[in-house]
Ligand binder design. Sequence first.
Ligand code: PGA
Length: 247
Amino acid sequence: MLIVANWKAYVESRAKAKSLFRAARRISSKLPKSVSQIVIAPPAPYLGLLAAGNKSKVRFAAQDISNTTGGAHTGEVTAAALKELGVTYTLVGHSERRAAGETDTTIASKAAHALAQGIIPILCIGEAVRDEDATYLHGLRAQIDAVYTTLTPEERAQVIIAYEPLWAIGKSAAEAINPVDLAEMILYLRKVLSTYVPAGKTKILYGGSVEPGNIRMLAGGSGIDGFLIGHASTDVTSFSALAKAVS
Ligand code: PGA
């Protein structure tokens, strides 16, 4: 199980960033067998603060990455700069970035820039609503196709998928997906992915209101390889409870 803590913009002080990192280190140092890796995705300034000099088992993810290389690109954080900091993963195409106008083309380019520097993209996909005739499944396939068709077979093999239905993000455990629907979705996504990557080789994470109260239920039998956790990962007590619940 890969547990990725997406701090989003919830963390706005060095003190809080440091205390969450301490908790992540503590959990990582005695990782339960079922949790193979704790990854934290802090806001960029705290990524710089915490990733440089990290000697723990915790790994870092960027929340976003530039689709440019170095040069006259105000505000952009390039893959090379992140790589040098010790970043292992980056989210690409998070729904909150898509909502800010990011297109599939940009997302594909971001994934390629990450891979070119040896950073593993965690491609976030998800439907806004579920319609009865299941056209949302076509939308999910299109989000996958848009990125995978631009990559080489070697690159495709490295990409991690985070399935995050938008209707479940930022709510509570009661409003997250149920384990039966999740299992069905994972089967569907694995089928789509098998067009690009040998069957079963892609890691798929689930995200959307994962909390200590539902993480265990979602992990059991759904076929996922881990979680992308937002709000519940930004409180030391609940983050510790999340790791404990899947151990
Ligand atoms: P949430 O966010 O856990 O707060 O729902 C998940 C995400 O958007 O990555």
